[in-house]
Design a protein around this ligand. Structure first.
Ligand SMILES: [Zn+2]
Length: 569
């Protein structure tokens, strides 16, 4: 500074030896033109009307002019402005203080977040031990329930023991375990339930959303008021943007789309960076009127898999005839059709057709049912085992249909010809045969019932002579019972006649229990049983077979179903 003073020091023009100390800055225009603006101490002394407030110290400009606000420079209308600016400059340390505060704020925030994260991390890891599936825990509980360790010990530690002794101990253990089989089943079932629930109990998406929210919140931290007001106006915008982003991601992440977590995360990140104007320009009316997305997210993996299969199946069914035929021929569908077919009193033909169509439609869901087992256990279709025979002359027309049912007609009008199934009925089994009788002319007759498998010599006798038959005839628009030939005991209803040209009949056979009954289908309002004196000896018969006989033109007695059942419904 001294150097500046020395180099640039100005000498007073009037008082040659003295240095200029003040320069005039105010009211310069009003002064006499010859008046000097530069004053040395001599000039000050001589000027009677010297006014200090109009001057500026030369030193101040030289020393401070390059780094501070000078109070009387430049000339302005309101010097208070410059004075305040100058005063502000005195607070030069405020900036440094503020920087410290900002750094402190972030340090504290970082520490707070880290310690909070630590706490939450520990808490979640701990919860994951309790609330998620763990093999170790499952195996431990399985061991407690199953006693497998005891079994293992038993098999490992048998030194000095004979094989018989070991077996005795083993048998004892199995016996104990068998005694509490019900309890064990319940315990293992509930272990399975709990484990499956726990396995589906994890959701990373929610935490990822929170992490994104925290990160975007950190972006909003500011210490400057103009940012805050800008942020506030943006905030309303941002929160609606956030909503739109959430909605888009929710739609895309629909579980039926099977999107990966990585894709959804990057989609969210990209959407959050998108121009808010673009985002908010998307219509708020996302869904069609009165429509809401299906709650697929509530389904478990197995259910989703089934739906996926179902859709695949439906598309194939609509597009590929071969596929449709494959499904129709599948064991599942065939077994179900047999099953329904055996319930003729529950379903009429129309119902059966609808059910068949329905089963084909929902085929993927049928896999769960073990139909074969049901079928084998309760009902067995023996229609394919039925093989009708007749004696010469072969005047009956016996036509076997694709579904193994039989159409049986008489070619001539002169006699009641008959045919018999060569399947000898098992005394210990129960059978149901379903017949369709059609007749429209007087002097038509239809016979159904059982006959003894006669030796060749007796074979030409009509089976009705064995007295295990029902004879039907057609009279005045009625199909009705003709005369007594065994199945004659009115077991249910008051008569056995039906105003129709067509009649469905069910024949029930249970030889062991002396049961031979015929009822009308589908309602079974009328039932005829075997006359008592014949019934009591039915179980003694050895070679009974089912037979059918018809007489008359346009008279038919068709066998529609034959099955073996566990019990009659
Ligand atoms: Zn002077």
């Amino acid at each position: 500074m001294d150097q500046i003073n020395q180099d640039k020091s100005l000498k007073c023009a009037k008082h040659k030896k003295k240095q200029i100390e003040l320069i005039q800055v105010i009211n310069t225009q009003n002064e006499n033109q010859n008046q000097s603006f530069f004053y040395c101490p001599g000039c000050i002394y001589e000027d009677q009307s010297f006014d200090n407030s109009k001057y500026l110290q030369l030193d101040e400009i030289l020393d401070e002019g390059h780094k501070n606000v000078i109070k009387r420079w430049p000339p302005i209308n309101d010097y208070k402005i410059i004075e305040k600016l100058s005063n502000l400059c005195l607070m030069e340390d405020a900036n440094a203080m503020m920087q410290d505060k900002i750094v402190n704020f972030f340090n504290k925030l970082r520490d707070d977040i880290l310690s909070k994260l630590d706490i939450m991390q520990k808490k979640m890891v701990e919860l994951s031990l309790q609330n998620t599936f763990q093999k170790q825990k499952l195996v431990k509980q399985y061991q407690d329930i199953s006693n497998i360790i005891t079994l293992r010990q038993l098999l490992l530690n048998h030194e000095g023991e004979s094989s018989e002794e070991l077996q005795t101990r083993y048998k004892q253990l199995v016996k104990e375990m068998e005694q509490k089989k019900d309890q064990t089943t319940n315990h293992l079932q509930s272990l399975l339930n709990i484990s499956q629930t726990l396995q589906g109990n994890v959701n990373f998406e929610h935490a990822a959303q929170i992490r994104n929210r925290i990160i975007s919140q950190i972006d909003e931290i500011t210490f400057f008021n103009q940012d805050i007001s800008q942020n506030n106006s943006q905030h309303a915008n941002n929160s609606s943007c956030q909503q739109i982003v959430d909605q888009i991601v929710t739609l895309v992440s629909n579980k039926t789309n099977f999107c990966s977590d990585a894709f959804l995360l990057s989609l969210r990140e990209q959407l959050q960076k998108t121009d808010p104007l673009l985002l908010t320009s998307i219509s708020n009316k996302i869904f069609q009127e009165n429509k809401q997305p299906i709650d697929f997210y509530k389904l478990n993996e197995e259910q989703l898999q089934q739906i996926s299969e179902f859709v695949h199946h439906s598309v194939n069914l609509a597009e590929d005839k071969n596929y449709e035929n494959q499904i129709k021929d599948s064991t599942q569908i065939q077994s179900l059709i047999t099953l329904i077919g055996s319930e003729s009193d529950l379903f009429d033909d129309e119902n059966k057709l609808q059910l068949k169509k329905f089963f084909i439609e929902i085929f993927p869901f049928l896999k769960k049912i073990n139909i074969n087992r049901i079928d084998r256990k309760n009902i067995q279709n023996i229609l394919p085992l039925i093989n009708f025979k007749q004696l010469n002359p072969c005047n009956l027309v016996i036509q076997k249909n694709e579904d193994h049912s039989y159409q049986i007609k008489n070619q001539s009008n002169d006699s009641a010809y008959y045919c018999y199934s060569d399947l000898i009925l098992d005394v210990n089994k129960k059978y149901i045969f379903k017949f369709q009788v059609k007749m429209k002319n007087p002097n038509s007759f239809a016979f159904v019932g059982l006959t003894r498998l006669h030796s060749q010599q007796l074979a030409y006798n009509h089976p009705v002579l064995d007295n295990f038959s029902l004879i039907l005839t057609y009279e005045n628009s009625y199909i009705k019972k003709h005369s007594n030939s065994g199945i004659d005991n009115q077991f249910k209803g008051s008569s056995f006649q039906f105003k129709s040209e067509e009649l469905l009949l069910e024949l029930r056979i249970d030889l062991q229990n002396n049961i031979l009954q015929i009822s009308d289908l589908p309602k079974k309002e009328n039932m005829l049983a075997l006359t008592e004196n014949v019934a009591s000896v039915l179980f003694q018969e050895k070679n009974l077979v089912m037979y059918v006989s018809v007489r008359g033109e346009q008279c038919e007695c068709n066998l529609l179903e034959a099955k073996q059942v566990n019990q009659f419904q």
